[in-house]
Design a binder for this molecule. Structure first.
Ligand SMILES: NC(=O)c1ccc[n+]([C@@H]2O[C@H](COP(=O)([O-])OP(=O)(O)OC[C@H]3O[C@@H](n4cnc5c(N)ncnc54)[C@H](OP(=O)(O)O)[C@@H]3O)[C@@H](O)[C@H]2O)c1
Length: 266
């Protein structure tokens, strides 16, 4: 590594709504990006050209994190990039996920395994194998969800996977601290990732009803928290979570339903 080495961040889920905002924010802060994606090629090409126009470098990598070989392939590719002494790995953002679903009634062993593979196994082994390539002062950020903090039988496997990721964040912090590396998680609530459901007024009202602060989040707000946790501005923060859910973890929606039920019964 030389004094001029450029900081590199590995970001999974870069083709998603939040991943895109995180990538652009990192690029604008002077980080180069290794952007992993699964299926949305046009989105990743678009993102890549925006990152390049911000003066950052951007490698892209197509992978399927339901397959453990994909984690190995990412490590191989990143190790190759690090052969350049001008490149220094400073962070990992585990943003990729299979989103909401399956329910308690409909989950199958296959769907369960896929959710756990993408949402828990991949972040765990990417962290385990990329951390040895990072210098002290680097940082890992995981993506949890407010759904891990309220009863979600309809999305039980997703919610369980996010609870496991928070647990990993907590339990791995001590091991990473020995290498001078921090690990934290963000907790978004409903965040407008561009999915058409966010334009449906009925669905949107339901989403907004979870947050004490009202509304849904923007990907940029979530990205701001990620940048804080990746950067040295959070140099004394590890093993914890940063809630950016607008207070969706406070049980507000359920409390409102209880109050309206009580009023009906009176
Ligand atoms: N949006 C919300 O309301 C919300 C709320 C709480 C937490 N979160 C969390 O925020 C993070 C980003 O979510 P988002 O809203 O940006 O979702 P999104 O737009 O659906 O993006 C999901 C990302 O994960 C990637 N991915 C999915 N399956 C994959 C696989 N098998 N292998 C590799 N990559 C795969 C997708 O790749 P392709 O698109 O290329 O297939 C995409 O880049 C997730 O961890 C999510 O759980 C989101």
């Amino acid at each position: 590594m030389t004094d001029e080495a450029r900081p590199l961040v590995v970001l999974t889920g870069a083709s998603g709504g939040i991943g895109r905002a995180v990538a652009l924010r990192l690029a604008s802060e002077g980080y180069d990006l290794f952007c992993a994606f699964h299926s949305r090629e046009p989105q990743i090409r678009n993102l890549q050209s925006e990152i390049l126009s911000l003066g950052a470098r951007c490698d892209t990598f197509k992978c399927d994190l339901t397959q453990s070989s994909s984690v190995h392939d990412i490590i191989t590719r990143v190790s190759y990039l690090l052969e350049d002494p001008q490149v220094q790995l400073r962070g990992l953002v585990n943003c990729a996920a299979l989103l909401l679903g399956p329910s308690f009634e409909t989950a199958t062993e296959k769907s369960f395994d896929n959710y756990v593979a993408v949402n828990v196994r991949a972040p765990f082994f990417l962290t385990q194998q990329l951390v040895p390539l990072m210098p002290p002062g680097s940082s890992v950020v995981n993506f949890s969800s407010a759904g891990a903090h309220f009863s979600s039988p309809g999305d039980i496997v997703y919610s369980m996977s996010k609870a496991a990721l928070e647990s990993m964040t907590f339990h791995s912090a001590e091991a990473l601290a020995r290498k001078g590396i921090r690990i934290n998680a963000v907790i978004p609530g409903f965040t407008d990732n561009g999915h058409e459901l966010f334009s449906d007024p009925v669905v949107r009202e339901h989403m907004e009803s979870h947050a004490v602060l009202g509304d849904v989040s923007s990907p940029e707000t979530v990205a701001e928290a990620v940048i804080f946790l990746i950067s040295q501005r959070s140099s004394r923060t590890t093993g914890t979570t940063l809630d950016v859910s607008g207070g969706s973890t406070l049980g507000y929606r359920h409390a409102k339903e209880r109050i309206s039920l009580r009023q009906k019964l009176m």
